[in-house]
Design a protein around this ligand. Structure first.
Ligand code: SF4
Length: 363
């Protein structure tokens, strides 16, 4: 069994740490790029959302390298994500690839027994005992938390850094170094080293950078290729950005969902504008926008793929929040046709607007 999985931000690093610790055979697809998207767009239904297409590209590239099992997380709806695995299984079959899928669904939806059965399939290639497999899972989670923390600090500190570009350099070096090792303990040491490095960046608090919240559909905000590297662009402009939706947030949210204790702050904040869950992370998007106004950020950027049903609803609500709270929000809708020039111009124009508002102290 040779396992592969789709990319989503830095998740491949945490999964790599987990698989290395378990000693299972795996293939990491090439980092998301135009080729993966092109392959995905050729074979996917045209009206399908962008994450689906990129994932298909990931699978096809991994299959070329010998992968025969795909691991993905699932959901029973209500947006298209609930149908991803079935559609992807059928599509790959049609294309002549007999690939096994292990779908890690929410235990609330498929039952704990089924979840354990599927996890059993996942670890069957490992020669480690149960205790070692649990330890491997904990290492993967630790790696995920460390990465998310390093990223979060890097994106925020970029507005305050004394030496321009330092945060970005640390982030790049961290990602490069950690994927170069196949020793899970060494990987955790590297991440701890970079966590210290990012905390030691010299900051200049006399600076007053723009502060922008990144909100929207979870895959598109986390996966830099699909949002045309928005956070790294903001780092280059000296803007501090913050994003709540991260892989570690998702794991915590899923775990607490069973006891209805997940994302309480976000759900409360969204209640006035969107009281019901409508799928995807629309509730979180609205909650994040409201919390961003309370945190006195300068603005928010909502990002989602063309045709994303939950985020279309959020998009319709955000102008009301913007008007009532006097808070600028820009929406960027992404697909395989999104051109870099027009995209960069829109981001720059929005930052210009925020800068002018700040100078005139409108907020
Ligand atoms: S949240 Fe949006 S982009 Fe993601 S699967 Fe659902 S419809 Fe597609």
């Amino acid at each position: 069994m040779k396992i592969t999985f789709p990319h989503m931000g830095n998740i491949h690093i945490a999964v790599k740490v987990f698989f290395d610790a378990m000693g299972v055979d795996y293939v990491i697809p090439p980092m998301n790029n135009g080729q993966a998207l092109e392959i995905g767009a050729i074979y996917s239904p045209e009206e399908m959302c962008l994450p689906y297409k990129i994932m298909i590209g990931n699978y096809m590239q991994a299959i070329e390298q010998g992968a025969n099992t795909v691991v993905i997380v699932g959901s029973c709806g209500p947006c298209r994500f609930g149908e991803y695995c079935e559609l992807q299984i059928n599509l790959l079959k049609k294309l002549g690839h007999e690939v096994k899928f292990i779908v890690l669904d929410n235990p609330k939806e498929i039952g704990k027994e089924e979840v354990f059965k599927r996890i059993g399939l996942l670890v069957q290639g490992s020669k480690k005992n149960k205790y070692e497999n649990v330890k491997a899972a904990l290492k993967g989670i630790k790696a995920m938390n460390l990465l998310d923390e390093i990223e979060k600090k890097a994106y925020w500190f970029a507005g305050y850094e004394g030496n321009k570009g330092e945060c970005k350099k640390i982030l790049y070096r961290c990602r490069q170094e950690v994927v170069s090792t196949e020793d899970s303990d060494q990987a955790l040491k590297i991440l701890t080293k970079y966590k210290k490095a990012i905390h030691n960046v010299k900051l200049d608090y006399s600076k007053e950078p723009l502060k922008v919240a990144i909100i929207g559909e979870i895959y598109t905000v986390i996966e830099p290729f699909s949002n045309q590297y928005i956070e790294e662009r903001l780092m280059d402009y000296g803007v501090s950005s913050i994003r709540t939706l991260t892989p570690s947030w998702w794991v915590k949210d899923m775990a607490l969902k069973a006891v209805h204790l997940n994302s309480i702050k976000l759900r409360r904040a969204s209640k006035e504008y969107l009281a019901l869950g409508i799928g995807g992370h629309a509730t979180e998007c609205i909650g994040e926008a409201v919390l961003a106004t309370k945190a006195k950020y300068d603005g928010a950027i909502q990002i989602f793929p063309v045709g994303c049903m939950p985020e279309i609803v959020s998009k319709a609500i955000l102008p009301t929040i913007s008007k009532e709270k006097n808070f600028p929000i820009m929406t960027l809708v992404m697909d395989e046709m999104t051109g870099e020039g027009g995209y960069a111009t829109r981001v720059e124009a929005f930052l210009d607007l925020l800068e002018r508002r700040k100078e005139r102290c409108i907020i």
